[in-house]
Write a protein that binds this ligand. Structure first.
Ligand code: FDA
Length: 309
């Protein structure tokens, strides 16, 4: 818990971010969890996943944007990425995931309006490409605004996906409220908060809350996206789907690029829909620290990768 807290705090530090950019230790983990820095590399990764029957959700790395110009650049990067996915014939295999803070949500009183306008532009490009968008969920302070953005934008883009985090105490209610017909909802445990006022802090409580929300989603007419690597929860998802007479196309499993790749292929081989969350780009620091915080074994992996160089 102490290590997790330290890593999550470090994920917001600009000084450490600059230091990590040149660290071989960080590179060891980056190479495993990030599909390169350029669009060409991520396109090749998506194509190879598609050949194996795996879908992708591509994240152009970036968060905590500090200026509207930066938010506009990230928006343009997504629009360019969607155009490339379409040109390469990959629109049916890949969608994009967008962090609200990357497109301006944190930029003061006008942040929500700016982020909503930027996501609307990304959604319009996704519609033209023939694919979808999911809005990632960040820290607890931005949850209400993010869900508001999703509700507003779904009027024009009903397929816009959102994320619910089972560690948040509010998620029981959010799952009921958001599970409208056809709504694409990604359920994960959550990678940010540790404040017991808003979040469950024990694994047992977070897992129990995950199962409760999963049950709500599976019983609803929403489209559940089960985002976990946890073998127990993956099994429960399969059981709940069967109990609610969902076919393999009526829900999907989602996992992170570099995490349990053999399990991703095993599920797809059994006929399940599996989507891999594929981040790419230069701004990998915050993403990397959250991966280390949720699974300290990744630190050992990084150390080994470096020792082998
Ligand atoms: P957890 O980390 O609790 O691990 C449970 C068990 O799973 C482990 O004991 C082990 O058995 C197994 N396991 C986990 N990782 C493994 C690995 N790499 N290799 C082997 N076994 C492993 N968070 C957020 O706050 N907002 C968001 O928008 C998203 N988006 C998102 C999308 C997708 C597609 C995924 C998969 C995850 C997210 N997350 C997220 C991150 C999520 O909240 C969570 O932090 C991580 O998925 C880790 O939690 P797990 O459910 O995988 O289990």
């Amino acid at each position: 818990m102490v290590l997790r807290q330290a890593l999550l705090s470090a994920s917001g530090s600009r000084r450490l971010r600059a230091f990590a950019a040149n660290s071989p230790f960080a590179r060891g983990v980056v190479d495993r969890f990030v599909a390169g820095e350029e669009v060409d590399t991520v396109i090749a990764v998506v194509a190879s996943l598609a050949q194996e029957g795996l879908f992708a959700s591509v994240d152009h790395l970036g968060e905590d944007t500090t200026h509207p110009r930066q938010a506009a650049q990230i928006t343009e990067a997504y629009i360019g990425l969607l155009r490339r996915l379409s040109e390469e014939g990959l629109s049916s295999a890949a969608e994009v995931s967008v962090k609200p803070s990357a497109v301006g949500l944190g930029l003061g009183a006008d942040g929500e309006e700016l982020a909503t306008a930027n996501v609307a532009r990304i959604c319009a490009a996704a519609r033209e490409a023939g694919t979808t968008v999911t809005l990632d969920m960040e820290g607890p302070e931005s949850v209400s605004a993010t869900l508001r953005m999703v509700r507003v934008l779904r009027a024009d883009f009903p397929w816009l996906g959102c994320v619910l985090q089972s560690y948040l105490r509010r998620t029981d209610d959010d799952a009921v409220a958001m599970a409208t017909p056809g709504a694409r909802i990604r359920l994960c445990k959550g990678a940010y908060a540790l404040d017991p006022a808003v979040a469950h802090t024990s694994h047992r409580e977070v897992d129990a809350a995950f199962v409760r929300a999963l049950r709500t989603l599976m019983q609803s007419s929403a489209f559940p996206m089960v985002a976990t690597h946890d073998p127990r929860l993956i099994e429960i998802a399969g059981t709940l789907a069967a109990l609610n007479r969902r076919s393999a196309d009526d829900f999907e499993y989602q996992m992170l690029y570099g995490a349990r790749p053999e399990e991703q292929r095993r599920l797809a081989g059994m006929g399940a829909r599996v989507r891999v969350y594929v981040p790419y780009g230069r701004d990998w620091y915050g993403y990397l620290l959250r991966r280390l915080a949720e699974r300290p074994a990744n630190l050992v992996f990084a150390a080994r990768a470096i020792a082998g160089r």
